[in-house]
Design a protein around this ligand. Structure first.
Ligand code: NAP
Length: 248
């Protein structure tokens, strides 16, 4: 791995997949700007790698937040080589039961904020020949009854990834990983009852050929590989499923 010395910004870095990405990048020698709304989980992650992970509490959907987040990374590490748009919001429910405010909230975090952060970071990513990795989902490619809004947002993120890969080449690479089900706090905040969660999880397991949920580290490894210019310097516009075979 040669992410060593790179400055990597990770959103949603306090928990779940983002936490694994921040720790993976730091372990491999990168400097990490860890973003999320809650300060405490970010501080816990930063404490695991003192001096290399900077906690920057921020809501990625807030006005001016992308510019402030990029400025914080530059101030702390002096450069910016990669942006990982991992922060995500999942609210599940059938169309008839789910107001359009839920759609707006998900699009704000899962689509608008990544676009805004890439825009804010671009003047710094270009001279660095840097890259973007968007943490999307298999929900962006599969039909998602009961999760249509979430799937629509992730499909939009996939489209953004592919279009920007062409638009920003050759200066900046843009890729996405598409995780299948991973055990993270996301499931508990998705607006389902315990019973609904259990039956959804059972269905997902039955539909995942590898027969288990994934681990955050199994997603993070691919994100770090995509950031690494030595391993992935010729990879852009890729939507990489890391899903236990769910979309096979
Ligand atoms: N778990 C899965 O099965 C799965 C499958 C496919 C894709 N994904 C994707 O993986 C990504 C990470 O999710 P996860 O599973 O690791 O769940 P998670 O632990 O709930 O992570 C989501 C993170 O995003 C942060 N976040 C949410 N809204 C934010 C905002 N407005 N501003 C800043 N940070 C915000 C949260 O921190 P704060 O609350 O502190 O802000 C949290 O750390 C998401 O994009 C998700 O869609 C997950």
């Amino acid at each position: 791995m040669s992410v060593e010395g790179l400055s990597v910004l990770v959103t949603g870095a306090g928990t779940g997949i983002g936490r694994s990405i921040a720790l993976c990048a730091a372990r491999e020698g990168a400097f990490v700007t860890a973003v999320g709304r809650r300060a405490e989980p970010l501080r816990e992650v930063a404490d695991k790698s003192p001096g290399t992970i900077e906690a920057v509490p921020a809501d990625v959907t807030a006005d001016g937040a992308p510019e402030r987040i990029v400025a914080a990374a530059l101030e702390r590490f002096g450069r910016l080589d990669a942006v990982v748009n991992n922060a995500g919001l999942a609210r599940f429910g059938r169309l008839a039961d789910t107001g359009l405010d839920e759609l707006d909230a998900m699009l704000a975090v899962n689509v608008r904020a990544p676009a805004a952060l890439i825009r804010a970071a671009l003047p710094h990513l270009e001279p660095a020949h840097g890259s973007v990795v968007n943490v999307s989902s298999v929900a962006g490619t599969l039909a998602m009854p009961g999760r249509a809004y979430y799937g629509a947002g992730k499909a939009a993120l996939n489209s953004l990834t592919r279009s920007l890969a062409r638009e920003l080449a050759p200066a900046v690479r843009v890729n996405a990983v598409l995780p299948g089900p991973v055990d993270t706090p996301l499931w508990h905040g998705a607006g389902m009852t315990e019973d609904e969660q259990e039956s959804l999880r059972a269905g997902l397991l039955a539909d995942t050929p590898m027969g288990r949920f994934g681990e955050g580290d199994e997603i993070a490894g691919w994100v770090c590989r995509l950031i690494d210019p030595e391993q992935s310097g010729w990879v852009t516009g890729a939507l990489i499923p890391v899903d236990g075979g769910r979309t096979a």
